[in-house]
Design a protein. Structure first.
Length: 159
């Protein structure tokens, strides 16, 4: 009795065999990795200016406009995309990986500030404590400066 092999099985078995001695793709140079990281950080630092203005607008006295809500939402989307791009960089140098992780944490803080600002500005149960906290909002703060300093240090290293 002869066993029949299904027609697709032969193709699958050939495809499952390891590829014969293909060289691994070349790893980008340290400089190329550094420049890629700096490019994303340049965009992130530039995006912080409108994000800072959006957070500050949530803290303005009086009613908060729908335009402010749209601005916060737009800036949140921009920062989220930049954080994703930053995390998608395939860096192999340990110090650049550390810088990448720090920058991702700083952008996560910016995203948190935007969300919290919206929550304070458009709360469903306004009270005096919430209003006092909202009125203290004046921008992204020190974390934005930290991201800028990180970018500046890496840019200086890139020369």
């Amino acid at each position: 009795m002869r066993l029949r092999t299904p027609a697709g099985a032969v193709r699958w078995q050939r495809a499952a065999r390891p590829l014969a001695h293909r060289p691994a793709p070349a790893r980008p140079s340290r400089r190329a990795q550094l420049l890629a990281l700096v490019a994303v950080l340049d965009e992130a630092v530039a995006a912080q200016t409108p994000a800072d203005a959006a957070v500050a607008a949530c803290g303005e006295p009086g009613p908060v406009s729908r335009w402010t809500a749209r601005m916060c939402s737009r800036q949140s989307s921009t920062l989220h995309r930049l954080r994703t791009r930053l995390q998608d960089l395939e860096l192999t140098e340990p110090d650049l990986q550390q810088a990448q992780a720090r920058a991702a944490r700083l952008l996560a803080y910016d995203l948190w500030m935007l969300r919290e600002s919206l929550d304070l500005a458009f709360t469903l149960r306004p009270d005096s404590r919430t209003e006092a906290a909202r009125l203290r909002l004046n921008g992204l703060g020190r974390h934005a400066d930290d991201l800028r300093r990180l970018r500046d240090g890496l840019r200086e290293e890139a020369g």
